[in-house]
Design a protein around this ligand. Structure first.
Ligand code: AMP
Ligand code: MG
Length: 412
């Protein structure tokens, strides 16, 4: 059986960043990765700019810090000065307005006393350039201000707007088809009959895909019947990623592996040394035989185990990493080292993922193990924001010991 690391390596060998596409730069672009370098179309600021409300003047007029000057003009932000400031003169100026010719400094209004057409200035430390932001100080026209590979956050939206961009080439969001399988499943809106349960993995996977920056597409529930499975899987293979839930174990009605093979999906592994998550299946649907070369691509197929927490963990370890690469990001997963806060006895013959509450303080990360009875216990993960990653063996991890922890919520 492959280890988690070997299986992840195999997934990553077959993932490619998606081809770049043009995106409108609104809130939906948050989290996308730029696929082009961005150059400025102007100097910023585009003119020498006043940084304070006050008086634009010649610093050399203020030899002992004090003087009286004649007011010649008023320059609000958005207006162009019409007069040049000569020796003995000053123009009233507002924050953000262009500096008038002749002036080289702004003295803040709090240090000025206006008396009719003149102003008494008292500036103890006058200097040329004070309170003036010179043209091009932030950026020059033609200068590259953002590189391809940058993740778009609100401040990138601001900078893109400043250089006149309303759209840009980005790595698009991967499309992720979600297909839960099982005759026992009913829609969450329905009351389950005898032997039935509600489909909880479908909405959970939709949420995980959306949180991971993908566009989820729910295909409905597939019955444990070959024809129905085949038509829905064929539909799902048109997405970048197909996530199946259930039907991949060794039961008589675990029909997924056979149908995938029939539709040309080459399995790369089926079963890994992970708990929960052992029956995970991974395959690629491509005209090229795997492993794919750097130029080749195919739809990725994950057959996730039906047990909800197995499905949750397998997504976080494998699917999230694959989606990150498709989006132009490094794969992750974001694992940290944390101090355990309570006894955690365990016994496992495969790498165990155990739900914990991760918190951060001056002392670093700490992880509190939660009450949880295993892979069907989704409710037991409600306080969890991470999973402890525990090596095979039988032992009790003690408070104060360091353990590896996989975070569910992403940080940069
Ligand atoms: P399977 O992998 O199909 O053998 O399913 C394993 C367990 O997970 C069974 O108890 C299923 O009822 C349960 N299960 C499968 N699919 C779902 C789902 N979509 N939502 C909730 N539980 C599920
Ligand atoms: Mg099933």
């Amino acid at each position: 059986m492959l280890t988690v690391a070997q299986a992840l390596e195999m997934v990553l060998q077959n993932v490619r960043p998606l081809p770049a596409a043009t995106a409108t730069l609104g809130p939906d672009a948050l989290g996308l990765v730029l696929a082009e370098d961005i150059a400025s179309d102007l100097d910023l600021p585009p003119f020498d700019k006043a940084m304070m409300d006050g008086f634009a003047l010649r610093a050399s007029d203020l030899r002992d810090g004090r003087t009286e000057l004649t007011i010649i003009e008023e320059i609000p932000a958005g207006k162009t000065p019409t007069r040049t400031v000569a020796a003995g003169q000053a123009s009233r100026i507002m924050t953000g307005a262009p500096m008038p010719g002749g002036a080289d400094a702004v003295v803040m209004i709090e240090r000025c006393e206006i008396a009719g057409q003149s102003v008494r200035v008292n500036e103890p430390r006058p200097a040329s350039g004070m309170n003036v932001l010179p043209r091009g100080r932030e950026m020059r026209v033609g200068e590259t201000v953002l590189r391809a590979g940058t993740r778009i956050r609100p401040q990138e939206l601001g900078l893109l707007a400043a250089v006149g961009r309303t759209s840009a080439k980005v790595q698009p969001r991967p499309s992720v088809a979600i297909l839960p399988t099982g005759d026992e499943l009913v829609d969450p809106s329905q009351q389950p009959g005898p032997g039935q349960i509600r489909n909880s993995n479908g909405p959970m996977l939709v949420g995980q895909a959306a949180r991971a920056g993908a566009t989820p597409r729910f295909l409905g529930i597939a019955r444990d019947e070959i024809g129905h499975l085949r038509s829905l899987i064929a539909k799902g293979l048109r997405s970048d990623v197909l996530l199946l839930s259930g039907g991949v174990s060794a039961g008589k009605l675990d029909l997924v592996p056979g149908v995938l093979a029939e539709l040309g999906v080459k399995p790369l592994f089926h079963k890994i040394s992970m708990k929960p998550g052992k029956p995970l299946l991974f395959g690629v649907c491509s005209p090229h035989p795997p492993p794919l070369s750097q130029e080749e691509r195919g739809a990725l197929v994950f057959g996730l185990p039906g047990n909800p927490v197995a499905s949750l963990v397998c997504f976080e370890v494998f699917v999230r990493s694959a989606l990150r690469v498709m989006r132009g990001l490094p794969p992750g997963p974001s694992q940290v080292s944390a101090t355990l806060t309570k006894d955690l006895p365990y016994r496992t013959d495969r790498t165990l993922y155990y739900p914990v509450r991760l918190s951060h303080s001056d002392a670093g990360f700490s992880a509190e193990p939660l009450a949880w009875f295993g892979s069907p216990d989704l409710r037991g993960t409600m306080s969890a924001n991470a999973f402890a990653v525990l090596p095979e063996g039988e032992c009790t991890v003690r408070p104060g010991e360091r353990i590896a922890v996989l975070r569910m919520e992403e940080i940069d």
